[in-house]
Design a protein around this ligand. Structure first.
Ligand SMILES: [Zn+2]
Ligand SMILES: [Zn+2]
Length: 250
């Protein structure tokens, strides 16, 4: 249980914040601690399954402690609690992010309905904090959700299906050859983040990395089905070439 202070939505007291332990040996791509690593510090799964991400970083394993905080953030949304964990996230990975020299930080856009319910986009708060801490440019509007576009319904049936499948769109060439860091609050199946990354790669990004508060352990199992499917959706040769390059470049 969380203490009274945490439940009352004032800043969460330090003892209720899950421990951050980034010192454990991890896969350099997916950040997993569970698998055996090869000589490039890449796990077995990352070796076998294509991923649109150059690397994934997360603060907490999706265990009981993390779930408590994530539930609070989900069901009793509070911008101040979000900023509090954003500072921990930014602080924990600042050095690596600076070293990686991203061109842009992109918060995961949320749908209008979840924005209306919560009143703010958690990913934007996280992304802003990382941007401030690492002096990396944040771009809030380059990656868009396609739900509104589909609702406008001026598209042919075939295009609509494609839009729903990808869920995101980019209508600018400003991401061409850019190294991107995508920020999402929590990654569960990885389907949404993967779909966003595929969209960014198709828009010409040089690479896409992902940073999130927590990533579900079960995600590894989903990778086989989801990522293979998504990668096969994009038959564009250039996208494939870049995907191959980014998955072999460690
Ligand atoms: Zn507490
Ligand atoms: Zn891995």
């Amino acid at each position: 249980m969380l203490c009274e202070q945490a439940r009352s939505q004032t800043p969460i007291c330090p003892s209720c914040i899950p421990k951050v332990d980034l010192g454990i040996t991890r896969c350099s791509k997916c950040f997993s601690t569970t698998s055996t690593l090869n000589s490039y510090s890449v796990c077995e799964l990352c070796n076998k399954v294509p991923t649109p991400f150059e690397k994934i970083r997360y603060l907490w394993e999706y265990d009981l402690d993390a779930v408590k905080i994530i539930r609070i953030m989900k069901y009793k949304p509070s911008a101040s609690i979000c900023r509090q964990v954003a500072r921990i996230l930014a602080e924990s990975f600042a050095k690596e992010i600076v070293d990686d020299q991203y061109d842009f930080i992109l918060p995961m856009p949320c749908t209008n309905s979840s924005l209306n319910k919560r009143g703010f986009n958690q990913s934007i708060i996280l992304a802003k904090e990382i941007s401030n801490r690492t002096k990396t440019q944040i771009k809030r509007t380059l990656l868009k959700t396609s739900s509104r576009r589909v609702a406008q319904a001026s598209l042919a049936q075939k295009e609509r299906i494609r839009n729903v499948r990808s869920a995101f769109y980019v209508n600018t060439d400003r991401l061409m050859n850019k190294k991107l860091l995508l920020v999402d609050d929590v990654v569960t199946t990885g389907a949404t983040a993967t779909s966003a990354a595929m969209c960014l790669m198709q828009a010409g990004a040089a690479s896409v990395s992902l940073i999130t508060l927590s990533r579900a352990q079960s995600w590894g199992g989903f990778r086989w089905s989801i990522e293979k499917k998504l990668v096969s959706v994009y038959k564009d040769r250039n996208t494939h070439r870049r995907l191959n390059e980014s998955s072999h470049k460690i």
